[in-house]
Ligand binder design. Structure first.
Ligand code: SAM
Ligand code: SF4
Length: 336
């Protein structure tokens, strides 16, 4: 391994927040079309606009040299990216050499094929998105997905020794009745569960305000049946964690709208085009691709510094009827 030596001093942004977590979007493409995430007829980026696997690896190594300790591969669907195995191997080799952890967020469709590879390169835990356990509802929300494949993917991940956290987007009028079954399902497969409020990112076919539900409303029926206690567990992300009476499952709540968490933001996001967006909810960005192609990985440092200095205090999401998306970019483009 000939990656640069890790940083002695951590990166901080202009507001003094320590930035040690990189979300790396490895593709904007996906084999599903979740209704809250994408339009049915999404236009994807042309190949020339997209970083090669080698370029992503070089940038990731540079970020680790600058003080990034954790990397999450995401997208789009990271497991549809050709060359993902090469990238995962290369980044896995950084674990213990500046990088503490390599993780992945996936829809699970290809986990049966890729889980053993992920475990072999040093991935220890992954997030798998699953919004319902009802077959017809799963097909509806993903437009094309097969629930049995998703569940098979989760089983394969557990069999490969990966810890799994299920990500469930809370959607009014869609999956409120699924929280208890999902909790029990997670218990049965040894997974944890994190709930996410739907965020106004990118144009979709529907008005998101129709399906937005604050998580304290979403979990209210569960609270009537079982006690929920806050637990002191931090994973460096925005979730707050809870123990649930009579359940081994740790429940995480991510509430970007109803309870803003930006004060503790520790992350930076690199898109598949090589852009760093200062925030999920902002269009401000710097473009590392041209600098990398012209001057190599060392040439991106000044741009990284500019991105850090420009990180905003907080996002400005609103989700009112017809208020439209906060930014035109879809979650799949920035990297969820
Ligand atoms: N394709 C992978 C997956 O679905 O897990 C990784 C990328 S996806 C964009 C990452 C996460 O973002 C998923 O858990 C998904 O449910 C969530 N997500 C997508 N669009 C969202 C939105 N508008 N609001 C909240 N969460 C969203
Ligand atoms: Fe694809 Fe993930 Fe978006 Fe669903 S949430 S369309 S699986 S990128």
């Amino acid at each position: 391994m000939n990656a640069p030596a890790p940083a002695a001093t951590p990166m901080t942004d202009g507001l003094g927040r320590r930035i040690d977590y990189l979300r790396l979007s490895v593709t904007d493409r996906c084999d599903l079309r979740c209704r809250y995430c994408m339009a049915e007829d999404m236009t994807f980026l042309p190949k020339s606009a997209v970083l090669s696997i080698e370029e992503m690896a070089e940038l990731a190594e540079r970020f680790v040299a600058r003080g990034i300790r954790r990397i999450r591969l995401t997208g789009g669907e990271p497991l549809v990216r050709r060359g993902i195995e090469t990238l995962a191997k290369r980044l896995g080799a950084l674990i213990g050499h500046g990088l503490d952890e390599l993780t992945l967020t996936t829809n699970g469709m290809r986990l049966a094929e890729y889980a053993p590879m992920l475990a072999a390169v040093g991935v220890r835990r992954i997030n798998v998105s699953l919004d319902t356990l009802d077959r017809a509802a799963f097909r509806h929300i993903t437009r094309v997905g097969d629930l049995d494949v998703a569940r098979g993917g989760i089983a394969a991940a557990r069999a490969a020794g990966l810890a799994v956290k299920v990500n469930m987007v809370a959607l009014a009028g869609f999956n409120e009745d699924q929280l208890l079954p999902m909790l029990d399902y997670c218990a049965s497969v040894g997974a944890d569960l994190t709930l996410i409020e739907t965020m106004p990112l990118g144009e979709i076919a529907e008005d998101r305000s129709d399906h937005y539900i604050p998580l304290h409303h979403f979990v209210a029926p569960l609270r009537e049946q079982r006690a929920i206690f806050p637990v002191d567990q931090r994973t460096g992300g925005p979730a707050r964690y809870f123990a649930v009476e009579d359940s081994p499952v740790t429940l995480g709540l991510i509430t970007p709208l109803s309870d803003n968490f930006c004060a503790t933001c520790n992350r930076i996001r690199l898109t598949v085009e090589g852009r760093i967006y200062m925030c999920l909810g902002s269009d401000d960005h710097v473009d590392l691709r041209a600098a990398l192609r012209d001057g190599g990985a060392g040439a991106v440092d000044g741009l990284i510094d500019r991105a850090l200095a420009g990180k905003p205090r907080a996002h400005d999401f609103r989700i009112e009827r017809e208020s439209g998306p906060a930014v035109a970019r879809h979650m799949s483009a920035t990297g969820g």
